[in-house]
Design a protein around this ligand. Structure first.
Ligand SMILES: Nc1ncnc2c1ncn2[C@@H]1O[C@H](COP(=O)(O)OP(=O)(O)O)[C@@H](O)[C@H]1O
Ligand SMILES: [Mg+2]
Length: 255
């Protein structure tokens, strides 16, 4: 594998993992993971089903803790043991399943776990105003903030989950999106990709996808996992589709 320094162009990583391991019972889900994410880049995290992509980003977002290994953020060693730890650092994750609560309305879903309160009371007006501003930033139109989220289209639900992940709570420093186009039609996927590109101009983004065309379109660099290990790291303009597929399938060990 290429050394990380060779692909960093002299930039300092915002987040790094060194020697990351995670085991589930008898299964080694992550093995000796070294990875760096740099400022203002969209990094594709690629790999076949079960390669360990979600487990790896969950170790960054506090949904899992690593069994072994160190995490560095802004050059400092950090402990990420629960979602609040990641949130405090500004690591914002949009999970594959979106984690929306169908029977609740748009505003409630945006502020789940981050509700504004004053003297023990919900500040509904303040949350509604901020909800409007988040939707505007997402260029998403929703008829009413009081609408149940289950009545929204798939694309609107994705926007909502992304808006919540990115804009609610602490200042975003790193955005992680796990399969944000899964289950979306072509038009809605395009909207998510445009949003991703826009975010990537301001912030580092980790983009997990099964769609290599999308990865080539929006990302500059890729890290490929296979059976819980990093098997390749490459600049997208220096590889082709087949080389990435071979790595994902474990056919080739060197990028
Ligand atoms: N909570 C869990 N308990 C047990 N096994 C898990 C758990 N999460 C993931 N795994 C296993 O770890 C491996 C990696 O899974 P995952 O990170 O979800 O892969 P990917 O996102 O690349 O498809 C898979 O074999 C999966 O079955
Ligand atoms: Mg996954």
């Amino acid at each position: 594998m290429n050394s990380y320094e060779s692909l960093s162009d002299g930039r300092r990583p915002i987040l790094s993992i060194r020697g990351g391991y995670k085991r589930f019972g008898g299964l080694q889900a992550l093995e000796n993971i070294d990875i760096d994410i740099y400022d203002r880049e969209i990094l594709a995290l690629l790999g076949d089903n079960g390669a360990g992509k979600s487990t790896l980003i969950k170790a960054m977002s506090g949904a899992h803790t690593l069994d072994e290994g160190d995490i560095f953020f802004d050059g400092k060693k950090v402990q990420i043991q629960k979602p609040e730890d990641a949130n405090r650092l500004g690591i914002k994750t949009v999970y594959q399943d979106l984690a929306l609560l169908g029977p609740l309305d748009v505003t409630s879903n945006l502020f789940i776990g981050s509700e504004y309160t004053r003297w023990g009371l919900l500040q509904k007006k303040r949350m509604q105003q901020e909800a409007q501003s988040v939707l505007a930033q997402m260029k998403t139109t929703i008829k009413s903030l009081r609408q149940d989220v289950r009545s929204l289209s798939g694309g609107q639900q994705h926007s909502l989950a992304i808006g919540r992940g990115v804009f609610i709570g602490s200042e975003p420093r790193l955005i992680i999106m796990d399969e944000p186009t899964a289950g979306l039609g072509v038009k809605q996927s395009r909207e998510v990709l445009e949003l991703l590109k826009e975010l990537g101009r301001k912030l580092p983004v980790i983009f997990i996808t099964h769609n290599l065309e999308y990865a080539f379109e929006v990302t500059q660099r890729a890290v490929v996992l296979c059976n819980g290990r990093v098997v390749g790291e490459m600049k997208m303009d220096e590889v082709n589709h087949n080389q990435i597929v071979s790595l994902m399938m474990g056919v080739e060990q060197v990028a």
